[in-house]
Structure formats: structure tokens, C-alpha cells
Design a protein. Sequence first.
Length: 297
Amino acid sequence: MTRAVVMDDYGPPSVLRLAETDVPTPGAEQIRVTVRYAAVGPTDLAIRAGHLKGVFPGGPGTVLGFEAAGVVESVGHSAQDVAVGDEVAVFLPRLGGYAALAVADFWVPKPASVSWADAAALPASGEAAVRVLDQLAVSAGETLLVLGAAGSVGRVATQVAVARGVRVIAAVRPSDFDVVRGFGATPIDYHDLSVFSGEVDAVLDASGRSDLPAAIALAGGTDRVITLSDPRGPGLGVKLSDVVPDGVVPALREAMGRLASGELSLQSQVVVPLAEAADVHDKLASGSLRAKALLEI
């Protein structure tokens, strides 16, 4: 048994409660981690509310959380290049991060130069950013429009794209213009994409709330447009990005390497105790908290 925040059912943040729950023994190619920090992401809120039942079945006993960082507690007999006691960041597409112990299929070593908080905040956003950039096949000299470029995924995608020699047009709030300029991107107001008069080669939608039809028009069609979360995407002919298992570890290693070298700047963070997960969900849902929230175990 381990301490965790579980869902009683789908619903408002109050369905989350602290409890004792079973933790499986790691499979042959898995590890089990003693979690230091677990991150809270927007998809966690959507799962809890019941908006993604077809993709992430939840309900009573579900432990949310796609990303965490901690120390390896046990190792499956076929897991490679990892040992008990190693410090790692883990990506958890099958959830389970809001717990003192979590079983992981995907992990990356935590460099000494990376804080525990940054290590926990990186895996889901870093994996998604690198994956979608690779799926879009954006190359040096091309122009990429990033919707939501100041969020956790968008800011990683923007910085990685710029480092790869891509020209980035960053659609953000006016208050975030200076942030994305600091990444080497050109900011535009996400409320009105028509202020950009040129064309783009590809679009990465990390917002889910921007003007996706206008972005499609700027790209001249949907061939190189991918959204991470906009439910309108499939109806518009836009691909909804999903995890590609073989690409997860390379994506994590690239993102962590760039973070360790100082090439990446992550979203500001706020750390709260695990028991306050429901309060964090409430604040994120209301918009009163814009920082990346981390649960300290």
C-alpha cells in the first residue's frame, strides 16, 4: 500500500481525496519510484471532470498524474540502464503520479544540475513538445506557429524549435510577449491571429483554446497542423497528437539534456503538499493559478 490522491468518481475537484492504495509490482521492463514531486497538468483536470472518458477511463480509485520525479525503489528484471537508488524523472501515460510510489514504463536520468522540481515538471511537456516537432518535421529555415507558446508544452516547443534553427511565431497573451521574445520567437496576440500577415509552414497547437481555423488558414491546410488537446481538431481535419512509445525515451533525453545545459527555461512553479491536490485543481480550473503546480510527496 502507498499514500496517494485518488478519485472517488468523475466530478469537481472535491472528488479527489488522500487515501492508501495498492501499488503494483513493476513488470519486467518497468521501474517503481519513490516520488519526490508529481506535477499537475491540464489533462489531469479534464480526466477528473470526465471530459476524456473515452481516452482515459477513470472513476473510483484512479490516481492521476502523468509526470513525476524521484528515486528508483525497485526494477523489473529486464529494465535496462537503471538501478535501485538512481534519481529519475518519469513519464506516466497510464497515470499514477499523485502517489508516494509510482510504476513507470518511461524514465530519464535526472542530472545533478537539474532540480527535483524542474525534473518533475519536464517529462510530459518535454516529451509532447519534442514529439510534435518531430511529427511536424519542421526543419531549419521554416516558419512554425505555436499556439499557447507560453504554457508548459508551448514554451518547451518554442525553445527547442528555435534551437533547431526554426523561425517561431508565438501566439500568446500580450502580457507574455516579452517571455517569448526572450526565447527568440516573434510574439502575436493569440486573440487575433490575423495580425500576422505572412504564411507558416506548420502549426503546433499547445493551447486548445486558440483560433485553430485561422491557424489552418495560415498554414494553407491541415497537412502540417497538429493539436495536443483541442477537441475541435478532428472535425477540422487536424491530427490530435498521441504518444508514440518508441519515441518517448529519445524525446525525454533531448528535453532533459537541453534543460541540464541551460537551453530550456520552464514555466514558473508552485509547490504544495500532496494532500492539497483538490485545491490545486480548483485554482487551475478557475484560472487563479497560472504557474506549474507540483505536489510534494
